[in-house]
Design a protein around this ligand. Structure first.
Ligand code: HDD
Length: 714
């Protein structure tokens, strides 16, 4: 139980960390803002503050002579440039970030004493970094990979980092296997290929030998690994954590982020093309949305398991390769997060931000998940070489808004100028400050949950971690038929890239066959292998036949087509009134519309007026949109029908199951493409067509079309 002492140091009161009003939070944020630099109206100077008269020429002996070593201006500039790069993250190197805030829905004091979850009036600033795992900093955004979803809450009681992913489980159960896993998934050591992907021998060698990865690999082969947008992903804390209230009562929890934008993906063919046509597809989407005021929003929720129920599940709560199905323990919403500000400087904010699962605040604590326990060490350790020493908490993006006085001193890049003589505790020279805050005081100091441990020191995996296939099976069987087909294709694609036959065989016979024989047979057929007749182990199976919460189809979101991108295809002779009508109708739904022409030059409407276009169909191909509209105007429709670019745009949009609406007179164009109307391929000029189009975009893809679209070339 927590300590009963209540004598808090006066200093902590004076610091004003307790007042929960917005003004106070904003004032603290100002402390971070003070380091933002704006050079508008400022003179160009050296780092020492000397005004620079000539930034064009090195100091030389004569205008055609050799450069002089004494040119401190040139030397300072080049020296700094030579050292601009820092080591990229060993994993999650490719990422992007945004600022925002978290706001609790109510007072969750019964669950936790964490201050930021107690007051719906309190605005807690956050910084979020989304990332891929495998690829280097310059790799593509849409590769098949897990996405990191790391949130730093700058709470009044210190920073809380929720360092999760967009998938609720992980590849391994024990942190000691992390370097092995990462070495296997990273590009192969002899040729540093492939960049950004897992379709290669070492990855499949490892995962086919490590059955505990089966569940996570299933997620990685699903559509979750190719999100449509970072705004359209769920986030998960993965491990079981603890929340602890002021009475010391703890509950196990799993953290969830639910996007209001829904959970949506691109198709694999789109993902591959986007990785080439727009490497920055995801970061662009996030930053544009925020720029346009279309702020993405997530609900933070928890699945709560009372301590007493720890052992009531058919899996171990400490096993990070397992979910608690939401049908068994629903997600209780706690609050919302809104991302509403882009970084001013990528390096200073996104690159230098340092997360650590060990950054927690009073009211939150760890579980004994052995993967989490290892992470508590790794993250701080990695910053030492990545950010150059133990003072990375002083980099502005990492600074807490709560005060952080202590007796740690010196080391590389120290910025704080400590006053006082005593950098030790206890001391009598500086009045004994800074002092501990007893846990039971108001706004008490952090106290670890007092869990009773009576155990033998041992290197051994608990037997309760032994079932690797039941939840992988539950996942596959909970998917819609379309999603199941995508999974089959993803395994087939990836294993098809594996050069060594014995690895393919092992994955099919010893992993997939234990998950689902139909899945194994379908993948085997695509690889030219015999279908396995039975699995290699006895799989207990899950009591639940299905978990609907696992299918993306059941997460449509609640923002309609707000922010969805619609292409309006035009050419000379387009009916200006028809364009206006379509654009207005879609803008009424807050969709983001771009008018595309054969080139970036304006087109001439049937009414003889110039119509500016936003981009060319080549510059913004169909893969960058959620829906396509073709307005009326016979000459324009004929021109589009004669243009390979426009035909490809429409066929590709059709193939990728996008909603397409053509003016009625577009029938001939449709016929020439060999396409037939369906639920999302619409002909008409009336409101009914617009409504059907909006509904189809809202459905994200015209799933009913998928079989027919197979015949259309990619
Ligand atoms: Fe990790 C970065 C998520 C297991 C070691 N990890 C990193 C990031 C995310 C995750 C989102 C990027 C943070 C950022 O944007 O800066 N990692 C996870 C999740 C895991 C996980 C959800 C399992 C549930 N990680 C894990 C283990 C270890 C690490 C088991 C080591 C034992 N992770 C690291 C790291 C990184 C990192 C090497 C690289 C850069 C960094 O930490 O700051 O320390």
């Amino acid at each position: 139980m927590p300590s009963k002492k209540t004598d808090a140091p006066k200093e902590s009161q004076a610091a004003g960390t307790q007042t929960p009003d917005k003004a106070n939070t904003n004032a603290k944020l100002q402390r971070l803002e003070a380091v933002r630099s704006d050079a508008t109206g400022q003179a160009l100077r050296t780092n020492q503050g000397v005004r620079i008269a000539d930034n064009q020429n090195t100091l030389k002996a004569g205008d055609r002579g050799p450069s002089l070593l004494e040119d401190f201006i040139m030397r300072e500039k080049i020296t700094h440039f030579d050292h601009e790069r820092i080591p990229e993250r060993i994993v999650h190197a490719r990422g992007t970030g945004a600022h925002g805030y978290f706001q609790s829905y109510g007072n969750h004091a019964a669950l936790t004493k964490a201050g930021f979850l107690q007051d719906p009036e309190k605005i807690t600033p956050v910084f979020v970094r989304f990332s891929t795992v495998q690829g280097p900093r310059g790799s593509g955004d849409t590769v098949r990979d897990v996405r990191g979803f790391a949130v730093k809450f700058y709470t009044d009681e210190g920073n809380f980092d929720l360092v999760g992913n967009n998938m609720p489980v992980f590849f391994i159960q024990d942190a000691i296997k992390f370097p092995d896993f990462v070495h296997a998934v990273k590009p192969e050591p002899h040729n540093e290929m492939p960049t950004g992907g897992s379709a290669h021998d070492t990855f499949w060698d490892f995962v086919s030998l490590v059955p505990e990865s089966a569940h996570m690999v299933m997620w990685a082969m699903s559509d979750r690994a190719i999100p449509r947008s970072l705004r359209m992903m769920e986030g998960f804390g993965i491990h079981t954590f603890r929340l602890i209230n002021a009475e010391g009562v703890a509950s196990f929890v799993k953290f969830h982020w639910k996007p209001r934008q829904g959970v949506h993906s691109v198709l694999w063919d789109e993902a591959q093309k986007l990785a080439g046509k727009d490497t920055d597809f995801h970061r662009r989407d996030l930053s544009e949305a925020i720029e346009m005021g279309d702020y993405p929003e997530w609900e933070l929720g928890v699945q709560i398991v009372p301590e007493a129920d720890e052992h009531k599940f058919e899996f171990d709560l400490l096993d990070p390769t397992k979910i608690i199905p939401e049908e068994l323990v629903p997600v209780t919403p706690l609050g919302k997060m809104v991302l509403n500000r882009n970084p001013d400087n990528f390096f200073a904010e996104v690159e230098q931000v340092a997360f650590c699962p060990g950054h927690i605040v009073p009211g939150i604590d760890f579980s004994n998940d052995p993967l989490l326990q290892g992470r508590l060490f790794s993250y701080t350790d990695t910053q030492l070489s990545r950010l150059g020493g133990p003072n990375f908490h002083e980099i502005p993006i990492n600074r807490p808004v709560a005060p952080n006085h202590n007796n740690q001193r010196d080391a590389l890049h120290r910025q704080t100028i400590h006053k006082g003589r005593a950098s030790y505790e206890p001391n009598s020279i500086d009045g004994g400050w800074p002092k501990e805050t007893p846990a039971a005081a108001q706004d008490g100091g952090f106290e670890s949950y007092q869990e009773r441990i009576d155990a033998v020191k041992i290197r051994q995996r608990s037997e309760s971690f032994g079932d690797h296939f039941s939840q992988a099976r539950l996942f596959f069987q909970s998917m819609s038929p379309n999603e199941q087909q995508h999974i089959i294709k993803a395994y087939s694609f990836e294993l098809g890239k594996v050069e060594r036959e014995h690895i393919r065989v092992r994955e099919v016979n010893e992993i997939l066959a234990n998950i689902d024989l139909k899945l194994a047979a379908a993948v085997a057929a695509n690889l030219g292998l015999p279908a396995p007749k039975a699995g290699t182990v006895q799989v207990k199976g899950s009591k639940l036949a299905k978990s609907p919460a696992l299918s993306q189809m059941n997460h449509p979101g609640d923002v309609g087509i707000k922010g969805r991108k619609i292409a309006v295809l035009v050419a000379d002779g387009v009916d200006g009134a028809s364009v206006d009508q379509q654009v207005k109708a879609l803008e009424a739904h807050s969709a983001r519309i771009m008018v595309l022409g054969p080139t970036s030059a304006p087109v001439k409407t049937a009414q003889g007026k110039p119509l500016p276009v936003d981009a060319s169909m080549e510059g913004m191909p169909s893969i960058m949109f959620d829906g396509i509209v073709v307005p009326a105007g016979k000459a324009s429709l004929d021109a589009l029908g004669a243009s390979g670019l426009a035909k490809h745009f429409l066929l590709e949009g059709y193939k990728h199951l996008k909603a397409i609406a053509l003016a009625k007179e577009g029938k001939a164009l449709l016929d020439s493409l060999g396409l037939k109307e369906d639920k999302g391929l619409l002909l008409g000029d009336d409101q009914k067509t617009v409504d059907a189009f909006v509904k189809a975009v809202e459905g994200h893809r015209v799933w009913e079309r998928e079989a027919a679209a197979e015949a259309v070339p990619a």
